[in-house]
Design a protein around this ligand. Sequence first.
Ligand code: PDD
Length: 285
Amino acid sequence: MSTVLMNGEFIPREEAKVDIEDRGYQFGDGIYEVIRVYNGKMFTGNEHLERLQASSGKINIQISYTVHELLVLLEELIRRNNIHNGIVYMQFTRGTCPRNHAYPTSEVPPMFIAYTKPLERPKENLANGVSAITVEDIRWSRCDIKSLNLLGNVMAKQKAAEANCYESIQYRDLTVTEGSSSNIWIIKDQTIRTHEANQYILNGITRQKIVEICQRQGLEVKEEAFSIEDLIDADEVFLSSTTSEVTPIVSVNNVPVASGEVGETTKTLQDYFKKEIIACCGEIE
Ligand code: PDD
């Protein structure tokens, strides 16, 4: 039986119930994070919790925990559930009150839940790459907030699933923004590129780590939007996310990316990224 965190209390999964008037349930009025666990340790936990605080600030949800207090609670949750490799999911909603679009005026406490899930590294995808399709980005223009409102993302991922693909690469006015649940990168003539961190994408923690690695290793990296045409013409394409790390994309819309093989620069980035994980959490397979 697994344990979940609900408003700071550790309770059995079966006892965790949400009110029908919780604003997360009714409006998607809340925010969330997903943190990777390797060898029982959180990877980039601080960065994720700082982004959670930033998201909450953008929509005025008052989180009464510090980053440190949250880290301690999540560590205990991982310990209780005996998670070796996996994820921690957490969300804060604006709480429960009679349905009304505007924020409640009285003091309604946010609802906080967190749970864990075992999950191994996606070794096969990391080694062989995945396929993707392109879809129009129909989402709102505050994609920088890690909001529970994921309908646009869900619809995009469903299109990928129907096309037997791993991910949808979204575009707005012919500019590639991001994946349905990942950031998208291209490499052309040794230059690594991903959309700039503005309101049209989520500034992925994995994305930030990769930019940092490139800068440290002297690899040319540009945080600059690119077009669908650049995507089609790229030497290498990959996606990044907490669960997928650095996953090569070897075909887009059923057309191979360059030779259709996993590219050398992508492999180099995978190696550097793995070293970051090992430095933080210990040896991994
Ligand atoms: N998704 N862009 C979107 C729209 C995402 O949903 C995610 C992550 C990312 C990558 O962010 P990060 O590197 O911080 O995981 C980019 C998470 C994993 C999810 O919804 O499950």
